[in-house]
Design a protein around this ligand. Structure first.
Ligand SMILES: [Fe+2]
Length: 239
C-alpha cells in the first residue's frame, strides 16, 4: 500500500520527535503492508513554520537513516498545507512541495480548519485551477461542518478538489460520525484515496490494512494502492 499522508519526519511538527520515533513508525508501516510512503509534515504558519527549506533537509536525514537500517520502504516528501493567507504567497515563491500529478495538474495536499469549511474555499480552488493545481483535501470526514453537511463536498469537487479519507476513520477508529461521513464519501464516489495521517506509534500509527479490509479487495486496492501510486509516481521516480 502507498501512504500519502503522515507525520514521520522527526522534529518539525507534532508527529515523530526523534529519529528513533521515525524509525519505529517506518518499521510499523512496513509491518502493516505499506511499501511506499510520502512524508507530509504540517505547513501551518504560526504553528509549524515549515516550507520546502525546512522539510527537505529533515527528510534527507530520515531517508539516510532508513537506508542505514535497511528498511524496505520507499520514501518521498511533500507537505500537508493548511489553508492560510500565506499559502498563495508560498506557492508563488515555490516553497510548497507537491504531492504529485493528476490529470495533467499538480496536486497539493490541503488541510482545512477542523471545525469549519473556510469561507472562500471555492474561490481558492478556482484560483488553484488557473495555476494548474488541484487540491487533495485531507480528512474531510473529520471536519465538523462536513460531518453535518457532507453534500457541500459536491461544490468543491466541481472545482477540482479530490478527497483523502483517513484509514482509521474508514475502520471506525475516529468514532461513528467520522465513519458515517467517510461512508458518505465512498457512496458518492468522492473518495480519491485513503492514508494513515500517522503521528505516533500509540494512538495514531501508520496503519492502512484495517481500512483496506473494511473497504473490500476491489475498493481497497483502488484507494490504498492504485490511485495513490498513480498520483505520486513522479515523486518516487525522482528518489
Ligand atoms: Fe496530517
Amino acid at each position: 500500500m502507498i501512504d500519502i499522508h503522515n507525520h514521520i519526519i522527526p522534529g518539525i511538527d507534532d508527529g515523530a520527535q526523534t529519529i528513533e520515533d521515525s524509525l519505529a513508525l517506518l518499521q510499523l508501516a512496513t509491518d502493516n503492508g505499506i511499501t511506499h510512503l510520502v512524508c507530509t509534515p504540517h505547513m501551518h504558519p504560526g504553528r509549524f513554520n515549515n516550507t520546502t527549506d525546512t522539510i527537505k533537509p529533515a527528510f534527507e536525514t530520515l531517508q539516510q537513516a532508513a537506508r542505514e537500517h535497511n528498511l524496505p520502504i520507499q520514501l518521498a516528501m511533500a507537505a500537508e498545507v493548511r489553508i492560510s493567507d500565506e499559502f498563495m504567497i508560498q506557492l508563488k515563491r515555490d516553497k510548497v512541495p507537491f504531492l504529485g500529478r493528476w490529470e495533467d495538474k499538480t496536486v497539493v495536499l490541503l488541510e482545512m480548519p477542523h471545525d469549519r469549511i473556510p469561507m472562500g474555499i471555492e474561490n481558492l480552488l478556482s484560483w488553484l485551477d488557473r495555476q494548474n493545481i488541484r487540491a487533495l483535501i485531507a480528512h474531510p470526514e473529520r471536519n465538523k461542518e462536513m460531518m453535518r453537511k457532507p453534500e457541500l463536498a459536491h461544490s468543491l469537487a466541481k472545482r477540482g478538489a479530490l478527497f483523502q479519507l483517513t484509514a482509521a476513520s474508514v475502520a471506525g477508529g475516529f468514532g461513528q460520525k467520522a465513519l458515517q461521513t467517510a461512508q458518505w464519501f465512498l457512496e458518492n464516489e468522492l473518495a480519491f484515496c485513503v492514508a494513515s495521517d500517522a503521528h505516533n506509534v500509540t494512538h495514531r500509527p501508520p496503519a492502512m490494512k484495517a481500512a483496506y479490509e473494511a473497504l473490500g479487495a476491489e475498493l481497497g486496492e483502488l484507494l490504498c494502492v492504485t490511485n495513490p501510486l498513480l498520483l505520486t509516481r513522479d515523486l518516487f521516480k525522482a528518489v
